[in-house]
Design a protein around this ligand. Structure first.
Ligand SMILES: Nc1ncnc2c1ncn2[C@@H]1O[C@H](COP(=O)(O)OP(=O)(O)O)[C@@H](O)[C@H]1O
Ligand SMILES: [Mg+2]
Length: 224
């Protein structure tokens, strides 16, 4: 699904000593499965994920997504991909504070409003959010509930890829486990990329990519 060649990233081209956030490696990613990206803070995990998901453009190298070159695609094409084929989950849930749980999911929907509403409710229920919570605003919901609503928002358009950057970092152990269970289930027939500095949440992933100082080191990952 992704074919990455010699990807490199330098944030600040002006400085004399160029600091590489990504140091020119190749990577290929399958159509489905749960892939963990692990490594210490500053090793380039987020940069890699943002380049893959078109939120950032690498300084050099090529990223093919189903045959489409992302590094030279227009802003409109890149935005369309993000909206239709990619879903995003971050450490912070970024829910809109004045919107209800259901509206926070629907706001990302690209289908007809009636269809989107039904779908939003179905997904929320699947993720264990009860009907009585649908009309509540984020401030009245727990951190774990908010993160599940953020996941519902990420999957409302059936994305082919989910990019999750430290999705469990602000959750307690039980909620972190539940969020990973949801992402694991989604990865049965889609690609889910999870960036983390916490190896324990990657049990059951199909592959783990270790990052260190802008480079990668492929490891096996655990069996399903
Ligand atoms: N917006 C930015 N501007 C300049 N440097 C950045 C920026 N974002 C990240 N970096 C640098 O790039 C490197 C990799 O960062 P990042 O991808 O965020 O790592 P990680 O997600 O593994 O913590 C670090 O040295 C970081 O300081
Ligand atoms: Mg990061």
């Amino acid at each position: 699904m992704f074919e990455v060649k010699r990807i490199s990233m330098i944030y600040d081209m002006e400085t004399e000593e160029k600091l590489y956030a990504l140091k020119g490696f190749d990577l290929s990613l399958p159509d489905k499965g749960l892939i963990g990206i692990i490594g210490p803070s500053g090793s380039g995990k987020s940069t890699l994920m943002y380049c893959l998901s078109t939120l950032k453009k690498p300084t050099d190298g090529s990223i093919l997504y189903n045959g489409m070159e992302l590094t030279t695609a227009s802003d409109a094409e890149r935005e369309k991909l993000r909206r239709r084929e990619f879903g995003f989950v971050f450490q912070k849930h970024y829910l809109v504070p004045y919107m209800s749980a259901v509206d926070n999911v629907m706001v990302a929907g690209i289908g007809k409003e009636a269809d989107t509403e039904k779908k939003a409710k179905d997904i929320l229920e699947e993720l264990g959010i009860k009907e009585r919570e649908f009309s509540k605003k984020p401030a009245k919901l727990s951190g774990g509930q908010c993160q599940r609503i953020a996941i519902a928002r990420a999957v409302i358009n059936d994305p082919k890829v989910i990019f999750a950057d430290e999705p469990t970092a602000s959750l307690d152990h039980e909620n972190a486990f539940n969020v990973m269970k949801i992402l694991k289930a989604y990865s049965e027939d889609r690609l889910v990329l999870v960036v983390t500095h916490d190896k324990s949440i990657l049990k059951g992933s199909d592959r783990v990519i270790e990052m260190w100082d802008g480079e990668i080191n492929m490891a096996g990952g655990e069996e399903r």
